[in-house]
Design a protein around this ligand. Structure first.
Ligand code: SAH
Length: 250
C-alpha cells in the first residue's frame, strides 16, 4: 500500500453545509477522490471541489447503482493507487449508514482508514423542528431504530419493549413502513394519542414538518405526500415542537 493512501469515512451531517464539521470540510477540500451518494443533500453536494475525482455511487457509469461490495472495492482500489479518498456519508457514518461494513472491508484489505463522525439526522432533524429528543419532564430514554428492520443482519425491533419504554422513538428510513410499525406500536400498548412528527429534509432550506398522533399519522403522511429522507419522532417530546419551533432562530 502506497504511504499516502488513506480512506476517510466522513459524516456530512444532516444537510446544512454549516453543520459539516471543520475536519470534514478540510478533508473534502484536500481529497483526491470523493465517493458519495445523494444522502448528504444538494447543498453539500453542489459544493464538492472540481479538483477531486467525484464518484456518485448512486449513478455510476450512467445510471448503474453500485452495490455495497462494488463500493468497497472502489475504495480499496483508489487507495491502492496512493490516493486520499473521502467516502462521504449523510449524517454520521456509523448510524445506519453501512459505515461499519465499509470499515470492516478496509480493515480486511489492509487499507489505512479513519472515521470522521458527523452530526446525525436522528438528533439534528428533530432539533431543527423544535423537538429535543430528551426532556426531563417528558423522556429520559431514546431509541433510534430503522423502519427497514428486514435489512440483512439487523436484529428484530422489540416493539413490545418499545411500547412499554415510554421513551422517545426516532425512526430512520421509516416513511414507507409507517403503516406497518405504527399499528404495531398501538397493538403493543402505546397510547394512540402519542404525538408524532415527521421531519423531511431536516436542516435543509426545504425542510417540512408534519405532525399528528399514532392514531392519525399514517393518513396525515399519505395526505401530505411525505417522502424520504425523513425522520419520524414518536413521543411526548413532540409536543414541544409548537412552543420551541416558533422561537427558532434563523
Ligand atoms: N447515517 C445517517 C442515516 C443513514 S440512513 C445519519 O446519521 O443521519 C438514511 C436515513 O437517514 C433516511 O432514510 C432518513 O430517515 C434519515 N435522514 C438522513 N438525512 C436526513 C435529513 N436531512 N432529514 C431527514 N431525515 C434524514
Amino acid at each position: 500500500m502506497h504511504s499516502s493512501a488513506k480512506v476517510y469515512l466522513v459524516g456530512s451531517g444532516p444537510g446544512d453545509p454549516e453543520l459539516l464539521t471543520i475536519k470534514a470540510a478540510r478533508l473534502i477540500r484536500e481529497a483526491d477522490v470523493i465517493v458519495y451518494d445523494q444522502l448528504p443533500g444538494p447543498e453539500i453536494l453542489a459544493s464538492l471541489p472540481d479538483s477531486a475525482e467525484l464518484i456518485d455511487v448512486g449513478k455510476y457509469a450512467g445510471d448503474h447503482t453500485l452495490a455495497q461490495g462494488e463500493i468497497n472495492r472502489l475504495l480499496v482500489d483508489r487507495a491502492s493507487q496512493g490516493k486520499t479518498v473521502v467516502r462521504l456519508k449523510g449524517g454520521d457514518p456509523y448510524l445506519f449508514g453501512r459505515g461499519g461494513e465499509e470499515a470492516m472491508e478496509l480493515h480486511e484489505a489492509g487499507v489505512p482508514f479513519e472515521v470522521v463522525p458527523g452530526i446525525t439526522s436522528a438528533i439534528a432533524a428533530p432539533a431543527s423542528a423544535g423537538i429535543p429528543i430528551t426532556h426531563r419532564d417528558h423522556a429520559s430514554v431514546v431509541t433510534i431504530i430503522t423502519g427497514h428492520e428486514q435489512d440483512k443482519g439487523a436484529p428484530m425491533v422489540d416493539w413490545e419493549w418499545l411500547a412499554q419504554s415510554k421513551g422517545t422513538i426516532v425512526v430512520l428510513m421509516g416513511v414507507s413502513t409507517l403503516d406497518k410499525y405504527v399499528p404495531e406500536l398501538i397493538r403493543c400498548g402505546s397510547d394512540p394519542d402519542t404525538p408524532v412528527a415527521i421531519i423531511e429534509r431536516g436542516t435543509r432550506p426545504d425542510q417540512v414538518v408534519t405532525t399528528g398522533s399514532l392514531r392519525t399519522i399514517v393518513d396525515v403522511a399519505r395526505k401530505h405526500g411525505v417522502k424520504a429522507p425523513a425522520i419520524v419522532v414518536i413521543g411526548d417530546v413532540v409536543q414541544l415542537h409548537r412552543t420551541i419551533f416558533s422561537q427558532k432562530i434563523e
